[in-house]
Design a binder for this molecule. Structure first.
Ligand code: SAM
Length: 332
């Protein structure tokens, strides 16, 4: 339930901008990290263990399904998961599905719920075959409602961003680099792709679900969903960079980046502006009167004159794409 003051703030774009900038300037970086994590933890703390495990299965299965891969393709491979969030369940799935090594990396020091995590891992463990149970037992030790990681095949590194990861792992370290709802937070998307490209081995895959819409800035207000594209770049950076807000890269950025890197790639559209849910199955091309209609086009044209220059010139088809799934294979 929002207080009156919060309700008032949510109605004013300028107030939101001002408070965001003030917040970034006044709070030291470390505390900011904790604040962000509380916001995220709030979402998953409301989930039961069953729901979390379902979500983990869904995420893992999506990585394979849309890449046309199966667990056989993971056998003996090294995987990097960026921004795992509140638990390492997806990473555990990679490990128990044959990966040789799975490293998880997060820019922030997460405020995770150790008890909840332990319950999730115990639940996942309970349905595994004996040989897979052994793998988990070797990787995680759960004691008195808390856990720690016990071998090099299953790692969690926090306080390092994907942009900085090349220095940590070196070139050709991974066969798969995956993430969900993370790349939009990379302050320097070019540096993130440079780092991923160098760390990925030939024939390796980048598999990323990427949120292109507003993320926790104006999104909780009743404002137009593309309001976040109306703020000039330098103000946007002050508002979001230290605390990890969206970098406002649209689908055109990822298209160009894949061309530049010479990857064999596919960009699937997973959500359309104004919609609360994903398109299923994800698709390469949106269909008029199926995935969007005249009201979507009017919504975009209504805000277009207010968009900052680089967004104003994008096509309606690109502006309406609010989330994507990127599958890219490194050929050379
Ligand atoms: C929105 S959460 C998504 C969590 C999880 N992947 C999921 O889908 O439930 C984004 C996560 O990415 C992390 N993150 C943000 N920017 C990052 C960066 N540049 N490098 C690594 N991790 C980052 C955040 O700290 C957070 O844990």
């Amino acid at each position: 339930m929002k207080t009156r003051l919060e309700q008032l703030v949510m109605k004013s774009k300028s107030l939101i901008i001002m408070l965001r900038i003030l917040n970034n300037l006044l709070i030291p970086p470390l505390l900011k990290n904790y604040r962000i994590k509380r916001v995220w933890a709030k979402i998953t703390a409301q989930m039961s263990v069953e729901q979390s495990v379902e979500e983990i299965d869904l995420m893992f299965n999506e990585y394979l399904l849309y890449s046309n891969l199966d667990t056989g393709n993971l056998r003996g491979k090294n995987v990097l998961e960026i921004g795992p969030g509140d638990n390492l369940g997806v990473a555990l799935k990679f490990l128990t599905s044959g990966a040789n090594k799975i490293v998880t990396l997060d820019r922030f020091f997460l405020r995770q719920d150790s008890r909840q995590q332990s319950r999730i891992y115990e639940r996942m463990h309970s349905v595994l075959s004996e040989s897979k149970k052994k793998l988990v037992d070797e990787a995680i030790k759960i004691e008195n409602g808390s856990f720690h990681l016990t071998n090099d095949r299953f790692k969690y590194i926090s306080g390092k961003s994907i942009e900085e990861a090349l220095d940590l792992f070196g070139e050709n370290a991974f066969d798969f680099i995956v993430s969900r709802a993370v790349l939009m937070c990379a302050n320097d998307a070019d540096a993130a792709f440079y780092s991923m490209d160098k760390m990925l081995r030939k024939n390796g895959y980048l598999i990323h679900k990427i949120v292109l819409r507003d993320w926790q800035v104006f999104a909780d207000t009743s404002m137009h969903p593309l309001t976040f594209l109306t703020t000039p770049d330098f103000i946007w950076k002050l508002m979001t960079y230290p605390s990890g807000g969206p970098n406002r890269k649209c689908i055109d950025y990822y298209r160009l980046k894949m061309k530049e890197l010479h990857y064999q790639s596919k960009l699937l559209i997973t959500r359309v502006v104004g919609s609360e849910s994903d398109i299923t199955p994800y698709k390469e091309k949106l269909q008029y009167n199926v995935d969007y209609d005249d009201s979507t086009l009017s919504m975009i044209e209504e805000i277009r004159p207010k968009l900052t220059k680089r967004f104003r010139s994008l096509s309606s088809e690109d502006l309406m794409i609010s989330d994507i799934f990127l599958i890219a294979k490194k050929l050379v």
